[in-house]
Design a protein around this ligand. Structure first.
Ligand SMILES: NC(=O)CC[C@H](N)C(=O)O
Length: 358
């Protein structure tokens, strides 16, 4: 256990004058330009570019006026954000944001742009990726409430999301969300036809993934599906901030955990729950109503009434922000606010550490 001892106060001569801004802690920067891409096929991609630039300014990152590309390497660090519309654009990036919008349209766009395979390889390689709202759906391994006939997902995160889990457009809401990773100040979280994490899935071993890929002969192993997460091995290591609620596993409690396979290759990065709303109470008629009062959620969340149009299983908690390795997903739209903290978190805590190993 780490304990911190009180730091001695600085000597009077070194004390800062009160009106001088405290310089932020120094970041470990790579010695090459950093390019963050935003998938720009549909949705709120321009807003993400704006927030990325604002966050880069807050982090004091030197910006490059024009986007760097993989073919013009340089030895100096600079930051740029680019729109990603095809596999070539993606290849120039060190990190990617998949915006909110409409996941069916984004999935179609990805297929038309011929980038589904590249995106799956990208996330499988644990390249820093953040999906917001529709982007969260794209990053989930499974999704329910999908389009009839299914839709392709990129996958990568061991969770199942419920599409439109909070209802339709008219059920959109904003709430002050506790995100411990960002500090004590709540985050203004905007939910618009937002997905909710129904449950976390046990990781699929590489052997099973290979078997699935073989069986589907190049077809997706991540699609809109209602399949049960029973063909799994091993338990997912889980990190939960103490102030967040317990998560729900897809495996029924009565079912015994399958034994961990000894392929030795089923390790997956731990799943970290970054934020959760209070759980709704689900009536037998599938008419979930948020009962936030007992969990200290915001007054707005208390008033939230979920529509009955999306029958979902009862859940213990509403996970709305997750991290698994370098993959991050949020149900809500940080790019529609002026709060840069999540974009700064993505750059500082996910992207930069993936480029600069201590
Ligand atoms: N605001 C959003 O991104 C909504 C996502 C939308 N419900 C979907 O299924 O893609």
């Amino acid at each position: 256990m780490q304990c911190s001892s009180p730091k001695p106060s600085p000597s009077p001569s070194r004390r800062r004058s009160p009106n001088r801004r405290a310089s932020p802690p120094r970041l470990n920067l790579p010695s090459h330009p950093l390019v963050i891409g935003v998938l720009a096929l549909q949705g709120a991609f321009r807003e993400h570019i704006t927030l990325l630039h604002k966050a880069a300014r807050v982090l004091d990152l030197p910006s490059s006026p024009s986007a760097s590309t993989a073919s013009s390497p340089s030895n100096a660090f600079s930051f740029s954000a680019i729109l990603v519309r095809n596999a070539q654009d993606l290849a120039a990036c060190h990190a990617l944001i998949i915006p909110g919008g409409e996941s069916t349209a984004i999935a179609l766009g990805v297929q038309r742009a011929g980038m589904l395979r590249e995106l799956r390889t990208w996330v499988a390689d644990d390249r820093p990726t953040w999906g917001t709202c529709a982007g969260m759906i794209m990053l989930a391994r499974e999704a329910s409430g999908g389009k009839r006939g299914g839709q392709e997902l990129i996958g990568g995160m061991d969770c199942r999301v419920g599409r439109n889990g909070f209802g339709s457009q008219v059920d959109s809401f904003e709430t002050q969300l506790n995100i411990p990773a960002l500090g004590p100040e709540p985050f203004p979280a905007v939910f618009i036809r937002a997905p909710v994490v129904d449950c976390l899935l046990d990781p699929v071993s590489e052997a099973e993934a290979a078997a699935n890929d073989h069986a589907s002969a190049g077809q997706s192993s991540s699609t809109m599906t209602t399949t049960k997460a029973t063909e799994t091995t091993g338990a997912l290591p889980l990190i939960i901030a103490p102030s967040l609620l317990p998560y729900r596993s897809c495996r029924p409690k009565s079912q015994e955990a399958p034994s961990i396979s000894n392929h030795g290759s089923s390790w997956r990065p731990p799943m970290e729950i970054l934020a959760a709303l209070a759980a709704p109470v689900v009536s037998s008629a599938h008419s979930p109503v948020a009962d936030a009062s007992s969990h200290g959620a915001s007054p707005r969340a208390e008033k939230l009434v979920l529509t009955a149009s999306v029958p979902r299983p009862p859940v213990d908690t509403q996970i709305v922000a997750l991290r698994q390795g370098n993959l991050v997903a949020t149900s809500f739209h940080p790019e529609l606010t002026n709060d840069v903290r999540l974009h700064a978190f993505f750059i500082r805590d996910v992207v930069l550490p993936s480029l600069v190993r201590p």
